[in-house]
Unconditional design. Structure first.
Length: 441
């Protein structure tokens, strides 16, 4: 390295963002992810064994996926080549792969290829990696914020060990912040930084498990807050509010958080928690989710999770969809919220959903094909309809007769609950079945 390069690198180290300066360099300094980093856990065992399989780090941004890969490569004394699937192309990738193969042949030294945002590579690009990983010419360490089982080719995924990482908990975020505040070389240990009551907790809350965001926000608020008369930098909750332009809720309309949030919304309705349902709805609307998408999902939930326990739920969900089309947003949030609150508060039944699933399973198996002659279309010869009993001709509006196909056993698909309106349906069905067994008509 020449003098110019040395000076440039030294300058970058001092001027780099706080999050970059505070990157841990050893596993002992790595914060969080104790389920894989702790003593006796997966990563710890790999490093102790000296064996390094190809890995895929899966988790949200700002939790240390790249840092962990760098530490593992450094401690294992293997070559480390980082690439980003956002900026790299197949030509560049092939060059790196061939260099790794040559390095292995000439020096006997393995190469760890770290491929950030691997989900951004399409199928053909991912296929380029396959023979090199399969034959051990490289050790691939991929990183993705998206579910790898959706975005990574099955053939490649089967040759990777998926290491799932999670948002940092409050204790880990606090540890990152305290390290930065006390480090005199890389952080603010030489400054008299003080947090007002509740300010540190607020910073941790704003981070939402993202360590990089926490350090970035700390850097902004420290550098932008003037010293008081005593030379202190006093950080208040208002300073944090002024320095933070976003609440840092991760949400990608085409990504994992989209599916996670709508899933949490529907499950909150199913679980009869209107408060949680409205919260997740608010998050989706705030992040630009298509309102009609939310309304469509509520129509499904009204039938799947509520059904005949409250038949009005489906009517309300459909009316909500139409109201949203008529009035648009932002007023459309009001019928959306009304419907979500109603669905979550309504009695629940999934018996219609289960019934159609069971019946369709029997149909696919070929169960039942002979429709009773008296149930067939009237355009068939008239004698085929002899024996049909018209229910309205009987005082109770019901008469026992077989409706299921003749070549299958009688079977119950719909089993109503004793909740809400479905309780009345259950009572009626029990009553007419008693007529069947008593032989009354």
């Amino acid at each position: 390295m020449d003098l110019f390069s040395f000076q440039a690198e030294n300058h970058l180290e001092k001027s780099a963002p706080l999050a970059q300066r505070m990157r841990p360099e050893t596993l002992e300094d790595y914060v969080g992810q104790k389920h894989v980093i702790g003593p006796g856990k997966y990563i710890h065992r790999l490093m102790a064994s000296g064996f390094m399989p190809s890995l895929l780090f899966y988790g949200p941004p700002g939790i240390g996926k790249t840092t962990l890969a760098e530490i593992m490569a450094k401690d294992s004394h293997r070559a480390f080549v980082p690439l980003s699937a956002v900026t790299s192309n197949v030509k560049e990738l092939r060059k790196v792969l061939e260099e790794a193969k040559d390095r292995l042949g000439a020096q006997g030294r393995e190469t760890i290829l770290f491929l950030d945002e691997i989900h951004r590579f399409n199928k053909s690009q991912q296929d380029v990696l396959l023979p090199y990983v399969e034959k051990g010419k490289i050790i691939l360490m991929g990183a993705t914020t998206e579910n790898p089982y959706f975005y990574v080719n099955g053939a490649l995924l089967s040759r990777l060990q998926v290491v799932q990482l999670y948002p940092l908990d409050d204790e880990a975020i606090r540890e990152l912040l305290m390290r930065a505040l006390h480090d005199e070389e890389k952080g603010y240990g030489k400054d008299d930084v003080i947090f007002d009551a509740g300010a540190m907790e607020r910073l941790i809350d704003l981070s939402h498990g993202d360590g990089r965001y926490a350090l970035n926000l700390l850097e902004i608020v420290v550098l932008s807050t003037p010293q008081d008369a005593d030379g202190r930098i006093l950080i208040t909750t208002q300073d944090l509010a002024d320095a933070s332009m976003t609440n840092n809720h991760a949400y990608d309309r085409d990504g994992n958080n989209h599916y996670d949030t709508i899933s949490a919304f529907i499950k909150s309705i199913r679980g009869s928690d209107p408060d949680a349902a409205i919260y997740y709805m608010a998050k989706m609307l705030d992040r630009g989710e298509e309102p009609e998408y939310i309304a469509r999902r509520m129509i499904i939930s009204a039938s799947e999770d509520i059904s005949n326990a409250d038949p009005h739920a489906l009517n309300l969900a459909v009316a909500c969809f139409e109201a949203l089309r008529i009035i648009g947003m932002p007023e459309g949030r009001i019928p959306l919220a009304q419907t979500a609150a109603y669905l979550a508060s309504a009695p629940k039944s999934n018996r219609s959903y289960l019934a159609i699933g069971e019946a369709m399973s029997d149909v696919k198996k070929g169960v039942g094909s002979v429709i009773p002659p008296y149930l067939r279309d009237q355009h068939q010869p008239m004698d085929a309809h002899e024996g049909y009993r018209y229910p309205h001709d009987y005082p109770s509006g019901y008469v026992p007769q077989r409706y299921l196909p003749l070549d299958m056993n009688e079977k119950t698909y719909y089993r109503p609950t004793d909740r809400g309106y479905e309780k009345k349906l259950a009572a009626y069905l029990r009553e007419i079945k008693q007529e069947d067994t008593s032989g009354n008509s």
